[in-house]
Design a protein around this ligand. Structure first.
Ligand SMILES: Nc1ncnc2c1ncn2[C@@H]1O[C@H](COP(=O)(O)OP(=O)(O)OP(=O)(O)O)[C@@H](O)[C@H]1O
Length: 268
């Protein structure tokens, strides 16, 4: 059961509220409190970047926001639908690219994308036609008959992205969509996501690449140690600096390397 916390209620308005509203989200794994009470509004139509150091809680937060991981506390509304009490409606509205979750990798790339379309209620004909277009756009046509288990990391990322897109969701939640992807494919993916936002959709992505977030996102949240340190438009958050400088200011830590003297000595 998710505990109801005494926090401002999210706007449950499916027409005018935020695309995603998270309130008091918390998650503990044994002794580790991965997420400590996250309140985050993703505005409708935003291209939203979630950034934070390794282990900050990004994947845990996105997994809870998309119904893949049950929170210990808090709630999440997607376009006004509670992800946990109204999961069918919420999940029909979102496309998810999870990080590191096993997929049905004994299917071919084509089968996996068509299967995702069928699960979302598309007819076989529409699912097949959209799968062909997605495979072509993502440069996977030649590999469409190969088992996904035999795909490279970047190919797996792209085929999983295709499964997130096939039902034309109004909200896309993508955990590190550019990781392991080659520059040409990355440009294609940026183009697809920009088109989704231009058509009124909402995209949330996590990334470690500050330049990319600064370039393509309208909004950003910085999280560290399971808490939101800053959120707003990219201009508001970077407040005159580069996003990378602001990130280092907010998150702290030194970029100076101490020790490792042995690594700088030749071993021959
Ligand atoms: N299934 C799990 N079991 C135990 N601990 C976990 C589990 N998943 C995450 N954690 C811990 O929760 C914390 C947050 O992890 P999470 O994967 O959400 O971070 P992240 O911000 O996505 O990191 P990265 O940028 O490295 O991908 C870390 O301390 C991690 O070790």
């Amino acid at each position: 059961m998710t505990e109801q916390l005494n926090l401002p209620a999210p706007q449950g308005d499916p027409v005018a509220g935020p695309a995603i509203a998270m309130r008091g989200l918390g998650k503990r794994f044994g002794d580790v409190v991965a997420v400590k009470g996250i309140d985050l509004d993703v505005p409708r139509g935003a291209f939203f970047g979630l950034v934070g150091p390794n282990g900050a809680g990004k994947t845990t937060t996105l997994s809870m926001a998309t119904g893949l991981l049950r929170p210990d506390s808090g709630r999440v509304l997607v376009l006004g639908h509670d992800v946990w009490s109204d999961p069918v409606a919420a999940k029909q509205l979102i496309g998810i690219l999870p990080d590191g979750l096993r997929t049905f990798d004994r299917l071919t790339g084509l089968q996996l994308i068509v299967y995702a379309g069928l699960l979302h209620g598309l007819s076989r004909e529409v699912a097949q036609a959209r799968a062909d277009e997605l495979l072509k756009a993502l440069g996977l046509t030649d590999a469409q008959g190969k088992l996904v288990v035999d795909y490279s990391a970047g190919m797996t990322k792209k085929v999983t992205l295709a499964t997130a897109l096939i039902h034309a969701p109004r909200v896309l939640v993508l955990d590190e969509p550019f990781e392991a992807v080659d520059p040409v494919s990355a440009a294609t993916i940026r183009g697809i996501l920009t088109d989704v936002v231009a058509a009124g959709g909402t995209v949330v992505l996590s990334s470690h690449v500050m330049d990319l977030v600064e370039r393509i996102c309208s909004h950003v949240a910085v999280i560290s140690d399971g808490l939101v340190l800053a959120q707003g438009t990219v201009d508001e958050v970077r407040s005159g600096s580069s996003l990378e400088e602001r990130f280092v200011d907010l998150v702290g830590g030194s970029t100076e390397v101490e020790g490792l003297a042995w690594l700088r000595t030749s071993s021959d």
